[in-house]
Write a protein that binds this ligand. Structure first.
Ligand code: FE2
Ligand code: FE2
Length: 171
């Protein structure tokens, strides 16, 4: 534990930060797996572009899990030790892919990113001016999640537009 490093945290209980970070940690692992499995099962038009995007997002969520786990340890906490705990502690839950169609998969993922954005935005508010190191980490992750939402939405819109054009040309 970074004893002196942690002594600069002001106006916030360290245990409270650890609990909030562990919830985000659970979210990151579930998001990682959701993207991993979506990239495997996705079907339909322009699915190759979706696979590239989903695989990149999976790698980003795993990187976020690493960033959050390292900070929990610096604070003297323990990252959740069992996958069982991910479902108990998650904020955003796990959206099991039910429809494998590319448009449905992208819609599920956009929902997940919007939840992540609201959670990291709460963490930014919680740590601002109080725990500058965590603040910096959650701000970086927040920027990634905003980019994720944008990438998925742009791809979703391209695909739905392409399908609409195709239907028009067939009529
Ligand atoms: Fe993430
Ligand atoms: Fe994300």
């Amino acid at each position: 534990m970074a004893k002196f490093g942690n002594s600069i945290i002001k106006g916030l209980e360290i245990s409270e930060i650890i609990t909030a970070l562990n919830r985000a940690y659970a979210d990151e692992w579930l998001a990682y797996y959701q993207y991993f499995i979506e990239a495997k099962v996705v079907k339909g038009i322009m699915k190759d572009a979706a696979i590239v995007e989903l695989t990149q997002h999976a790698a980003d969520e795993l990187r976020h899990a690493t960033m959050v786990a390292d900070r929990i340890i610096q604070l003297g906490g323990t990252p959740l030790l069992s996958p069982k705990e991910w479902l108990i502690n998650t904020n955003c839950g796990y959206e099991e892919p039910k429809e494998f169609d590319v448009v449905c998969i992208l819609q599920d993922s956009i929902k997940g990113e919007q939840c992540a954005i609201s959670i990291y935005s709460q963490l930014v508010d919680m740590t601002r001016d109080k725990d500058i190191v965590t603040y910096d980490i959650v701000s970086q992750i927040l920027a990634d999640e905003v980019e994720h939402e944008e990438d998925l939405q742009a791809l979703h819109d391209d695909i739905t537009e392409f399908i609409a054009d195709l239907k028009k040309s067939l009529n």
